[in-house]
Structures are given as structure tokens and as C-alpha cells.
Design a protein around this ligand. Sequence first.
Ligand code: ATP
Ligand code: MG
Length: 370
Amino acid sequence: MNEANIYIGLMSGTSIDCVDAIAVTFSDGKIHILGSHSEAISTQLKLDILRLCLPGTDSIALCAETDNVLGELFSQASLTLMAQLNISPDQVVAIGSHGQTIRHQPPNKVKGFSVQIGNPSLIAARTKCAVVADFRRADMALGGQGAPLVPAFHQRFFHEQNSCRVIINIGGIANLTILDGGDQCNGFDTGPGNMLLDAWCFKHKAKNYDDKGAWGATGDVSKPLLNQLKKHPFFSMQAPKSTGREDFNLRWLEQQIENFDLKPEDIQATLIALTAETITAAIAALNQSIDDIFICGGGVFNIELINRLNRSLYACNQPAVKSTLDIGLDPKWVEACAFAWLAKRRVENKTGNLPAVTGASDTAVLGGLY
Ligand SMILES: Nc1ncnc2c1ncn2[C@@H]1O[C@H](COP(=O)(O)OP(=O)(O)OP(=O)(O)O)[C@@H](O)[C@H]1O
Ligand SMILES: [Mg+2]
């Protein structure tokens, strides 16, 4: 039997769309994808997670139960992938499991916290593999945001000497990484990605997301509403910054639209514009000459969103977006790959955070080993 060299990355993001599982190896400074699998999240589980995400609906029992339900689901995602690829536990060095975020409170005047659930002990017991989880808290213990964590991965695999690259990840939340072509790497959350789009689409169309942005494309953007939404204080905050469902959720949106009389599709179009234009504004504010912009995350499949993003980037003299596929990684799997790599960093006792991104006072080895 060869020495174990496979890492599995598990990502279940703020969109609560599905559990992404990927099996990879690392060699010659490259990442090699062996295979991938997406495990569905049931409607009941999604509703329970959404309940846990909203301040004021806390239930310790529901949290602990959901921790176990997610632990079983993450195990299933890993086991299905391993069976598909004929991988045995002794070939796997570790599974890196991001976990499901149910609360994210970056530090400001009070100490911050970030809670990811999905019982890692259970994943270890079911899969018979070592599991790395709880990636955010070591950074937060050093005063960091604990997020975003993917910029270090982007730097490792997407850096190009003497070329300034921006990587945009549009998941539930959108985040940027700026690779300056030298040794600088910066990054931060820009605000909502797909989260509000999904929530509004679910409310009016009973669909988890607006396929290709086709529904949103039938609406007209309301400038007055867009301007009001942009007044959310998160957008004008200086980095380091990170956000989550606490800041941007259906409840917030419904308060915002109270005094507007708009068709649902106009609101969807306005939300698309909000994501596109706040990402563009964050890029323009960098005041850097950018060579290439690459995009990843489920937002790449929203054609209307990408069209709008390209239009607003063009208006700000920025390059049009390309897919991370052009630099070697399928946009759907970048985040899961990042957590496979972060697991490797933990196993090798190497640091995983970038203080310039998270604001932590020092680098840290991220995650606990189960
Ligand atoms: N065909 C599609 N058309 C429109 N949107 C899509 C399509 N496929 C996926 N998406 C969007 O992508 C989302 C999932 O993206 P992704 O998995 O990158 O986000 P995430 O799990 O929230 O991760 P993150 O941690 O980065 O927030 C879906 O909820 C949906 O909004
Ligand atoms: Mg996802």
C-alpha cells in the first residue's frame, strides 16, 4: 500500500445549497482533483440551519441535534465520494471540513465569535479518516475576523509573478482576494453574493435559486432601492471585514422594501445589481492596476449576475471576469479544494491564516485535529 496522500475537502457554505466534497492530491506545487461529489441538503435541515442562523431563535438542543445531523451528512458526502473513487481510509491523510456556519460575529468592541457545526468526531468515526475542523477560531483568538480564509489558498495556487490578479468568490457571501504579483495578498468580504437572491427567489418562486438569473433578467433595477440598499454600513467599512446572514437576510430586505411598490422581479434585478455593483466598487476602491479578474463560486452560473458585473467593471475601467478554470480550477470546487489544502496545512503544522486579510495579530495553525 502506498503512503496516504489524498485530502478530502468538505464545504457547506452560507448558501446552504449542498455539501461539496472533493478528493485531491498535492504534488509539484499543484493541486490534482481526483473526483468530486455534491450531497443534497434536505429542506427540513435547511430550515433548521436557517433557524439557528437568526439571532433571537437560539435553542441549544436544536443546535446540538443539527450538529449531529450535519456530521452524518458530511460523513455521507465523504463516504460516497470515497466509494465512487475507490478510495480507502488509509489512503486519506485528512478530511478538511469547513462546517456549517450558524453564527458569525466579527470582533469589534467585543470579542468576536464564529460558530461552525457538523460534528467532526462523528465524521472521523464514520469515515475512519482523520478530520480537521474548526478552522476559524485560532485566528479569532488572535483578534482576527476568522474570515475570509480562502485568500491564502488563492495566493498559493493562483499567484502569478508580476501580474495583479483579483479572485472573486461569489458564494452566499462574496469575497475578494487581491494578489499583487509580488508577495502581497489581501482580501475581504464585499457583502451579499447569492444569499439575498436565493432568499427572494425562494419566497416568490419556491425555488432554491434563480437558474442562470433568468427570472431576475426579466425585471428592472430600481435605482432608488439600490441606492438605499447600498447604504448598509458594511459596504463603507474598511477591511479587514467579514459578514454573514446576521447582516444580510430576508428580514433585513423586507424592512428595506417596505416603502417601495415594486414587482418581485424588479427586486430580484435590484439584488443582482447590488451584488454586482458592490463587488465592483470594492475592486475600484483598491486603486490598483489589475491585470486579470477570475471568478469562482456558484455565482458564476448566474448569467445575469455575471453580465451585470462585467458591465459595471467596464464602466470602472476594469477588466472583464474570467473563470478560475482558465487558471486550472473548476469554479464550483475552489472552496472545497481550499479546505482540503487547509487540512494539509494543519496536518503539517503550518500556518493557514493571513493576518493582512483577517486582522489577526499573528499567523496561526488553523483547525483542530480529530
Ligand atoms: N445554475 C445556477 N444559476 C444561478 N445561480 C446558481 C446556479 N448554480 C448555483 N447557483 C448559485 O450558487 C449558490 C451556491 O454557491 P456556492 O456553493 O459557491 O456558495 P456557498 O455554499 O454559500 O459558499 P460560500 O461559503 O462561498 O458562501 C447557489 O445557492 C445559487 O445561488
Ligand atoms: Mg455551496
